[in-house]
Design a protein around this ligand. Structure first.
Ligand SMILES: Cc1cc2nc3c(=O)[nH]c(=O)nc-3n(C[C@H](O)[C@H](O)[C@H](O)COP(=O)(O)OP(=O)(O)OC[C@H]3O[C@@H](n4cnc5c(N)ncnc54)[C@H](O)[C@@H]3O)c2cc1C
Length: 369
C-alpha cells in the first residue's frame, strides 16, 4: 500500500470528509419504483470500447520535433467521471510551456473538456477530430460519476495514483457546479448489492481514496432492503447524461471561441504538421496506434436501453450488472470484455442483462428501502 492510500493518509482525508464532519442523519425509508424489464421495451442496444490501461491513464507532456504534445488518454471506464480532473492536469502541463495556441485532438469528453479548460485559461484553441460528441465512445457511456475500471490494482503506478486522487477531487467539485437540466446532470442514490460481503476497503469503501465523494454512504442491514441479495449498500453519486452533456459541452466550446475542424490523422507526423506548437492528445483508444502505446487495450461494454421511466430515481449495482435511469431511457449494462475490438452488440449479453435485471426488479415496488 502506498503512502497516499496509507492508513494515516486516509485517516487525514477522512477527517476532512463530510462523512465525519457531521453526524450521520437517519436514512429516509422509501419505496423504489421498479424498472419494467422486457425485450419489447428495449429501444436500442449499443456497445463501445473503454480505452483501458492496466497502469492507469496518461496525462503528461512530451517534446517531439520542437512541439509539445500533452497526452490525456486511457481513462478506461472512467473517462466521463475524471474528464474535468485530467483536463485540469493537462492544462497545468500546457501552461508550463510558453505557447498559448493549442490544437486539441479529439472531440470526445476528454477533448471537449481539455478545450474548455484551456479556453478558460486564455488559450486559443482549435479542436480537430474525426468524430465529435455523441458520435464518440463518450457518447456510448452510461454516465455514472464514479471511477470504475480504469486500472489494475497491481499495475497502478504511484504517479498515476497521485494524479488520480487529484483528478477525482477536482472533477467531483467541478461537476457539482454543473448539476441541472442544461448539462443533464443530477444526483441519485446507488444501491450496490452482492451475496458476498461488500469490500471494506478499495474504491467503493468508506476508507478508500473516494472517501468524502460518496455522500449518504451506508451499509443496509439484512431485512431492511428489498434486493434479492444478502448484502446491500447505498451511496449517492452524480449521473451525467452523455447525449445532453456532450452536446452542451460542444456548444459551450464553440461559444467560447474554439475552432472546430473535422479531420482524421493517420499518424503522428500529420499531427506534428499542424500550425500549433502545442498539441493536446485526447484520442482515447486510438492513441495506441498513433503513439505506439502498447498498454492500451479495449474493454468492450454493451448497453441495452429500455423505454424511459421518469419515476425511477435511483441506480442499482448488482454483481456484473448495472442500471442507470436517464431521460432518454433506462440504461442496463454490465459487460467488460477485455481485448475485444468488435463493437457489434451480442445477443447472449442482451439476454443475460435482461434476465439478471428482471430478477432484481420483480421484488421492488412492494418493499421499502
Ligand atoms: C459501455 C460503456 C459504459 C461506460 N460508462 C461510463 C460511466 O458510467 N462513467 C464514466 O465515467 N465512463 C464510462 N465509460 C467510459 C468512457 O466512455 C470513456 O472513458 C470515455 O468516453 C473516453 O473519452 P475520450 O474522449 O478519451 O475518448 P473518445 O470518446 O473515444 O474520443 C476520442 C476522440 O478522438 C478522436 N480521434 C481518435 N483518433 C483520431 C484520429 N486518428 N484522427 C482524428 N481524430 C481521432 C475521435 O474521433 C474522438 O473524437 C463507459 C464506456 C463504455 C464503453
Amino acid at each position: 500500500m502506498s503512502a497516499l492510500f496509507s492508513r494515516r493518509g486516509l485517516l487525514r482525508a477522512a477527517m476532512l470528509s463530510p462523512l465525519v464532519c457531521r453526524a450521520r442523519a437517519a436514512r429516509v425509508s422509501r419505496v423504489l419504483k421498479p424498472v419494467h424489464v422486457s425485450l419489447d421495451r428495449v429501444i436500442r442496444t449499443i456497445a463501445g470500447l473503454r480505452p483501458f490501461r492496466p497502469s492507469g491513464f496518461v496525462v503528461r507532456g512530451q517534446n517531439i520535433d520542437g512541439k509539445v504534445i500533452v497526452h490525456n488518454y486511457g481513462h478506461g471506464g472512467a473517462g466521463i467521471t475524471l474528464s474535468w480532473g485530467t483536463a485540469h492536469l493537462a492544462a497545468l502541463e500546457a501552461v508550463r510551456t510558453h505557447y498559448r495556441d493549442a490544437a486539441v485532438i479529439g472531440g470526445g469528453v476528454s477533448g471537449l473538456t481539455a478545450a474548455r479548460i484551456l479556453l478558460e485559461r486564455g488559450f486559443r484553441v482549435t479542436i480537430y477530430a474525426r468524430e465529435f460528441a455523441t458520435n464518440t465512445t463518450s457518447g456510448v457511456a452510461g454516465g455514472q460519476w464514479f471511477p470504475f475500471t480504469f486500472y489494475d490494482p497491481e499495475k497502478l503506478t504511484r504517479e498515476v495514483e497521485e494524479q488520480f486522487v487529484q483528478a477525482a477531487r477536482y472533477a467531483y467539485n467541478r461537476y457539482q457546479t454543473l448539476v441541472g437540466s442544461y448539462y443533464g446532470i443530477r444526483w441519485l442514490t446507488n444501491y450496490q448489492m452482492s451475496n458476498k460481503p461488500l469490500p471494506a476497503n478499495g474504491l467503493m469503501s468508506r476508507t478508500g481514496p473516494m472517501a468524502g465523494m460518496m455522500p449518504e454512504y451506508a451499509n443496509l442491514p439484512r431485512g431492511s432492503h428489498p434486493f434479492p441479495f444478502r448484502y446491500a449498500r447505498q451511496f449517492d453519486t452524480m449521473f451525467i447524461e452523455p447525449p445532453v452533456y456532450l452536446e452542451t459541452m460542444m456548444s459551450e466550446v464553440r461559444l467560447a471561441g474554439a475552432g472546430i475542424e473535422n479531420r482524421e490523422f493517420h499518424d503522428t507526423a500529420e499531427m506534428l504538421a499542424l500550425p500549433q506548437k502545442l498539441i493536446v492528445n485526447c484520442t482515447g483508444l486510438e492513441a495506441k496506434s498513433l503513439f505506439q502505446d502498447e498498454e492500451l487495450t479495449p474493454i468492450k461494454g454493451q448497453l441495452s436501453i429500455l423505454l424511459p421511466q421518469s419515476e425511477v430515481d435511483y441506480a442499482t449495482l448488482p454483481p456484473e450488472l448495472y442500471m442507470f435511469p436517464r431521460k432518454d431511457g433506462i440504461v442496463l449494462g454490465g459487460t467488460h470484455e477485455r481485448g475485444v475490438w468488435d463493437t457489434s452488440p451480442e445477443e447472449k449479453e442482451v439476454t443475460r442483462i435482461l434476465t439478471g435485471h428482471r430478477a432484481i426488479f420483480e421484488k421492488l415496488g412492494r418493499t421499502s428501502v
